[in-house]
Design a protein around this ligand. Sequence first.
Ligand code: AVJ
Length: 323
Amino acid sequence: PVPRSEFRNYLSSGYRDDLARDILAGMTAEQKCIPSRYFYDARGSQLFEEICRLPEYYQTRLELSILHGACGAIMESFGKGDLVELGPGTDLKASKLIDAAPEPEGEGICYIPVDVSESALAAATEGLLRRYPRLRVLGIVGDFTRDLGYIPARGKKLVTFFGGTIGNFTDPAAQRMLRSVAGVMGEDDRFVVGLDMVKPVPVLEAAYNDAAGVTAAFNKNILAVVNRELGADFDPGRFEHRAGFNRDEERIEMHLVASAAMAVGIPALDLHVAFERGETILTEISRKFTRESAGRLFSAAGLTVERWFSDPKEWFALAEVSR
Ligand code: AVJ
């Protein structure tokens, strides 16, 4: 019998090299920074799952309810083919889509999740294989900002990028990412992107400053990643979590603020980093969109918004785009 699932690993095993390069650049920059992709080690991924369940963090629940209303229309046009999911967290969103497909049991669909973590891919696919006896799976272990060329070019494709993660990219990086997706799309293919929208500032800021302190722990965990991987001696207890909305840039900016002057050693880089009291490390930007700014984002990458799905208050949206 033909196996229903296969995993292909395209990771250049360069995680620590990438981190070393990014930390060297980030710790010697005017505004110190650590790229947000390094949040997601095992503990960071667990904390993120916890964030998704927080009362203040509306994004995850809203996106799922919007998808619930949109999946019929999306899957009616798609029919069958390759369902590519960039950075799947859980199998929840893929299930919604496969449930709404015209044919039952995953017939005619090959689910292709792309993620740097093989264990995350296994977790996202196991349940789907059990639930849909005719579904096929091709897991791509790789970085979706680099490795989209490994997605097989055949038949029809529906690509999804949920969670609002596109907002973590600066405009040039988002353009690169969207263009590389456009590069694997055919004319009839569609790309569904989750976007967090501009909304009253107190709502935005509460989502990144939760009362239980989970986001603060998530933010500080990035220092533990650098300590473990590069032998650094950051003391997470001497940094404070700060997140606020930058109105001019229309984005949440998340920082770690040094609560005292200190020096941090990073042996793997042969580097000593001096911090003044109050100095910050920028750890994340999370852009918030309007329909207009989202339209500009896609059109600059050569993509066209075909359909727009959102909640009544337009706090979150799913844009369905074509090339
Ligand atoms: C999953 C990247 C969209 O930017 O809101 C949650 C990550 N950071 N709380 C976001 C995050 C702080 C999240 N994304």
